[in-house]
Design a binder for this molecule. Structure first.
Ligand SMILES: NC(=O)c1ccc[n+]([C@@H]2O[C@H](COP(=O)([O-])OP(=O)(O)OC[C@H]3O[C@@H](n4cnc5c(N)ncnc54)[C@H](O)[C@@H]3O)[C@@H](O)[C@H]2O)c1
Ligand SMILES: [Zn+2]
Length: 376
């Protein structure tokens, strides 16, 4: 069977290519949009063995006169620090890289954010091509230009906006992704469905259930349904970012925070022992329950979201030991809070977000949060 042409999303001033076997085209795409004398591929030690040979081979093929250098960092969030940023920029300097260097960020969101931040700052900014390899990084982290590192004071507190020169998404690379990471990425996919498209919401969950229902070796990773699962999500995120690139107060980019006010509260209160996708799943269920209580969200929305989240084995309840009072308190301390009130992005129903006179954020008193969460 012949492969369908890759999907190309061109809403943000750079192209996002989605399709099977695109890793082998990464060199062609990079050479077109970010010609360089040195290509610095930054990856992690899980992704390197499964994806670096294709990308390095493609760069050597399509940019035969360029030098290709490769660095693998330790996998995991603990690597997304200024110390690793320093080690990577020192590596580039040691390799005598100059402004004629392009960074290739090959990995999940950790590598994308870190390598993107290296590119944003090295020599005051050099191009980066994002090549995401987790579902989360494909549908979320690689799109929109936010890059950065964590500090002891919190996640993503030092960073920049640095748009990629291109994004290259090859869904076949998901073959080696642990199923738990695929599920975690689905939380953001469900979020995109709730925000913008009920048809996509149903379709993407059905596609994910089919993928997760059989061993990875039996999945057709080249299937059009998988490419569509990814590219439709990218299109939703990209069209929102295009309308509000820098997240203006009350702007539409805030709708991407659905599930994330409570999600971040849960992550913080649990010292990040709850994976982000789990925290967002719980957050989406509880925030839509809050929306129903406030009369902002159509009755029955919470039940639909709860059912679909559960069908992917993602959690729907607060972790045991966390009280609704603690969660409400943490929501009020969130960086989106206005004064003493927590701010939420709430759905009108599955497929559309609520918009008020203040735009996309709804400020809510603690008492209302506590009462809604106690009944959810
Ligand atoms: N910039 C943004 O807009 C944005 C948005 C959302 C999340 N993020 C950031 O993304 C990060 C989370 O990203 P993530 O969930 O991709 O985590 P991750 O990068 O830590 O990847 C998860 C795990 O999967 C492994 N892995 C990646 N691809 C693989 C593959 N194809 N096969 C086998 N193993 C593979 C990694 O080595 C890692 O162990 C967080 O730091 C978060 O802050 C950024
Ligand atoms: Zn998220």
């Amino acid at each position: 069977m012949s492969q369908p042409a890759p999907d190309v999303i061109d809403l943000l001033g750079y192209r996002i290519h989605v399709g099977p076997w695109l890793l082998e085209q990464a060199g062609r795409i990079a050479a077109e949009v970010a010609p360089a004398h040195v290509y610095a591929v930054i990856t992690d030690e899980h992704v390197g063995p499964v994806a670096a040979p294709q990308v390095v081979g493609s760069l050597r093929h399509y940019a035969p006169h360029a030098r290709v250098i490769l660095q693998g960092v330790t996998p995991g969030e603990a690597t997304k620090t200024r110390a690793t940023w320093q080690a990577l920029t020192d590596w580039l300097l040691g390799e005598r890289c100059g402004r004629d260097t392009t960074v290739i960020a090959l990995g999940g969101g950790v590598v994308g954010d870190l390598a993107g931040f290296v590119a944003a700052t090295f020599m005051r900014g050099i191009p980066v091509v994002q090549v995401p390899t987790t579902l989360l990084a494909m549908v979320d982290a690689s799109v929109g230009g936010k890059v950065g590192v964590d500090t002891e004071h919190g996640k993503n507190l030092v960073g920049a906006f640095h748009q990629p020169a291109a994004v290259v998404i090859d869904p076949t690379v998901l073959q080696t992704l642990p199923p738990a990471e695929f599920r975690a990425g689905m939380a953001e996919v469900i979020k995109h469905g709730v925000i913008a498209d009920v048809g996509y919401f149903d379709r993407s969950i059905a596609a994910a259930r089919a993928i997760l229902g059989v061993p990875a070796a039996e999945v057709d990773w080249t299937a059009h349904t998988l490419t569509r699962l990814v590219s439709d999500s990218v299109r939703i995120k990209a069209s929102i970012v295009a309308q509000d690139p820098r997240e203006a107060p009350g702007g539409i980019r805030q709708s991407l925070n659905f599930g994330h006010t409570i999600g971040h509260a849960v992550e913080g209160l649990m010292d990040f022992r709850v994976p982000h996708g789990h925290a967002v799943s719980i957050g989406m269920v509880l925030e839509s329950a809050l929306g129903e209580t406030l009369g902002v969200t159509a009755a029955g929305t919470t039940e639909i979201i709860r059912d679909r989240v559960r069908s992917l084995d993602l959690p729907v309840d607060l972790p045991s030991g966390l009280s609704v009072d603690e969660v409400a308190g943490a929501c009020r301390r969130d960086k989106k809070a206005r004064g003493a009130k927590a701010v939420f992005s709430l759905p009108a129903r599955v497929g559309a977000m609520a918009v008020s006179a203040h735009g996309h954020g709804v400020s809510v008193e603690s008492a209302a949060i506590i009462s809604a969460l106690s009944r959810a």
